[in-house]
Design a protein around this ligand. Structure first.
Ligand code: ECB
Length: 134
């Protein structure tokens, strides 16, 4: 049985989100707003089908995918760059590789105890966010 990410999760901590946003070329004013946000994630997982909705008072983002199936991602409302993305299991983690203009771009989610973790990667920057069940 793979990990079960289903549920609603609220951000409780964030490390180096600023560095990640700088690597993505997000402007100063947007970064100032973005780093104050406490986004909520709703995971819907059915076998290898996922939808992850991230909502906040400023911007929201929805991604839907099947494990191992590459898809076009538009990152609308984030950095707006298009990339080709694919998500795979690595043990109980889901690992997304986002191939495009930015090197080493992607993210990993896993559950540790009662917490949902998200590692966001872009170029040489890594941001780690922790979420708790709503
Ligand atoms: C959508 C809530 C955050 C909104 C931040 C607003 C502006 C910042 C602009 C660009 C920053 C780049 C990315 C934002 C980082 C996190 C939001 C979703 C990250 C993501 O890819 O989540 C994955 C894994 O849960 C699913 O899309």
């Amino acid at each position: 049985m793979p990990a079960d990410f289903n549920g609603t999760w609220n951000l409780v901590s964030s490390e180096n989100f600023e560095g990640y946003m700088v690597a993505l070329g997000i402007d100063f004013a947007t970064r100032k707003i973005a780093k104050m946000l406490k986004p909520q994630k709703v995971f819907k997982q059915d076998g290898d089908s996922f939808s992850i909705s991230t909502t906040s008072t400023f911007r929201s983002y929805l991604v839907e995918f099947r494990i191992g199936e590459e898809f076009e991602e538009d990152n609308k409302g984030l950095d707006n760059r298009k990339c080709k993305s694919v998500v795979n299991w690595d043990g109980d983690k889901i690992v997304c590789v986002q191939t495009g203009e930015k090197k080493n771009r992607g993210w990993t989610h896993w559950i540790e105890g009662d917490d949902l973790y998200l590692e966001l990667r872009c170029e040489d920057q890594v941001s780690t966010q922790v979420f708790k069940r709503a």
